[in-house]
Design a protein around this ligand. Structure first.
Ligand code: UN1
Length: 494
């Protein structure tokens, strides 16, 4: 494969005007270069937005089932190329092959789900209070969309945005994370391969400050869909508020798993280990707080440490590795810093806490799985998203206290409870302030037909995936047709 990649603007592959490039490296082996990509700036962004604007009128008028067909066909190609793309994704993003296969699969599932929406796209009909009047709602596309995605799900998350945007009749400019530009490029190539009209989907590579910021600011963008850090998301929200744009944000979590005294401890331990350390803790849904009731805390801790001791760290291509490298050196440093912060705050490292640098680890960003004990709810490590293989145990004495602790952060994405008590289950369902709640299942592993997103600081009230995905990219139009032959006056005519 050609290793010099380009932006995709108006159906053409083009370099950044400046000619500058960025390089994508394998997080498990820095000597393995995946390619170079344009370091785009405001002028490149402007061209992409113009192309998307030019394509918008015709795309908006294309019948919905036809728009959805392109998405279906991309899903079918992804099925054929799943293994190849999963391998490339492990090379570019790092996570294990089992996980990259699942990432591609999540993309396939969502393409198929959204393709079905092309033949639903339901509105409502409702009665009119006046005679000879018909009322209904129809969806109208939100316009030209900016889609800004993170590196942790290089295929699934872009498709959570691209697929509904296109089905809804939006045209789009896609700005993927600079750490996973190759997978983003291939994804856009698939839309080209299925014959998507030029300009409907445009790709601009680059850094957030250089390419993402001018994209959000551009007056030709009507709606912004952003997944990333709370810090950047707040800036996106402020800019959009100032410019009167719609935006939907998914900004991470501080996800908790509650273990009740009657829990099946083996399942709870496995869910904790999987939820905390899959993708090396680099999921918005990763379990970073284990809220364990007093009766089972000692035994849960013992079994968890036993399980963590079996976890192998290494290249995601090796079959028995459970913790693959972190995305880049900066992220690794950030996580190590948090380990220091936690220790200073008085939490105790039960296992892990170090970088791995020995044979096999020299050229990547490898960290040990880390478990803190004596974490208390107010600590920074219990409040801030770390996005690495770090979790901590917080003690709780009752269900009520466990729920209060779970709710005590600014985030509200994913929460799990392990219990066999039906009462505790429903109290938790009612009281937890999280957009995603699991009973006897880990905090990670959302399925595409369910709405995904969080309460409080995790977002701004929007949901991705599920039927709600359409709301991100459409406006509702309330339509009334009066065939009475009179000017009827609502609320006045008898
Ligand atoms: C994310 O990390 O932003 O629920 C998304 C999960 C995945 C999606 C995570 N299906 O863990």
């Amino acid at each position: 494969m050609d290793s010099e990649h380009r932006n995709y603007v108006g159906g053409r592959w083009v370099d950044a005007a400046s000619g500058r490039t960025l390089t994508s490296l394998n997080p498990a082996d820095h000597d393995d270069v995946l390619g170079t990509f344009p370091a785009s700036a405001a002028d490149d962004v402007a061209r992409a937005v113009e192309a998307a604007r030019a394509a918008y009128p015709a795309w908006r008028r294309t019948p919905v089932p036809k728009r959805a067909d392109y998405v279906l066909r991309v899903g079918l190609i992804l099925e054929q190329r799943k293994e190849e793309l999963a391998r490339l994704m492990t090379r570019e993003m790092g996570k294990t092959l089992r996980e990259t296969r699942a990432d591609v699969q999540e993309g396939i599932d969502f393409c198929h789900y959204m393709a079905g929406e092309g033949r639903r796209f339901f509105g409502l009909t409702m009665p009119a209070e006046l005679p000879s009047k018909f009322s209904m709602t129809v969806r109208h596309p939100a316009g030209v969309a900016a889609l800004i995605t993170p590196w942790n799900f290089p295929i699934a998350i872009p498709l959570w945005k691209i697929a509904p945007a296109l089905v809804c009749g939006c045209t789009a400019v896609f700005k993927p994370a600079e750490d996973t530009p190759l997978l983003a490029t291939i994804l856009v190539q698939l839309f080209e391969e299925v014959g998507l009209p030029p300009g409907v989907l445009n790709l601009v590579h680059g850094l957030g400050e250089e390419a993402g910021a001018p994209l959000v600011e551009h007056p030709g963008i009507d709606v912004v869909s952003f997944t990333g850090s709370r810090e950047v998301g707040t800036i996106v929200a402020e800019v959009c508020a100032r410019l009167g744009k719609r935006c939907s944000l998914e900004l991470g979590g501080k996800n908790a798993l509650i273990v009740m005294p009657d829990a099946d401890l083996d399942l709870a331990v496995e869910a904790a280990a999987w939820g905390a350390f899959a993708t090396s803790g680099q999921r918005c849904t990763s379990t970073s707080r284990l809220i364990v009731t007093d009766e089972v805390r000692a035994e849960f801790t013992r079994r968890l440490l036993e399980r963590v001791a079996t976890m192998k760290v290494g290249s995601g291509l090796e079959p028995d590795v459970e913790l693959a490298p972190l995305i880049n050196a900066k992220q690794k440093e950030r996580v190590l810093e948090y380990v220091g912060v936690g220790t200073q705050e008085g939490a105790v490292v039960l296992t892990g806490g170090h970088e791995l640098t020995g044979p096999g680890y020299e050229r990547g960003n490898f960290l040990e799985p880390t478990v803190f004990d004596n974490m208390t709810p107010g600590m920074r490590i219990a409040q801030e998203e770390i996005f690495g293989p770090v979790t901590g145990i917080i003690a709780a004495s009752t269900l009520q206290e466990a729920i209060e602790i779970a709710n005590s952060t600014e985030y509200g994405l994913s929460c799990a409870i392990y219990t066999r008590d039906i009462g505790a289950t429903f109290i938790a369902i009612n009281e937890l302030e999280f957009g995603v709640v699991y009973v006897n299942a880990p905090t990670i592993g959302a399925e595409v037909q369910l709405p995904f997103g969080g309460m409080k600081g995790t977002g701004n009230g929007h949901r991705e995936a599920g039927p709600q995905a359409l709301d991100e990219f459409t406006e509702w139009k309330a339509v009334s047709v009066d065939f009475s032959g009179k000017v009827q006056k609502a609320q006045m005519d008898e």
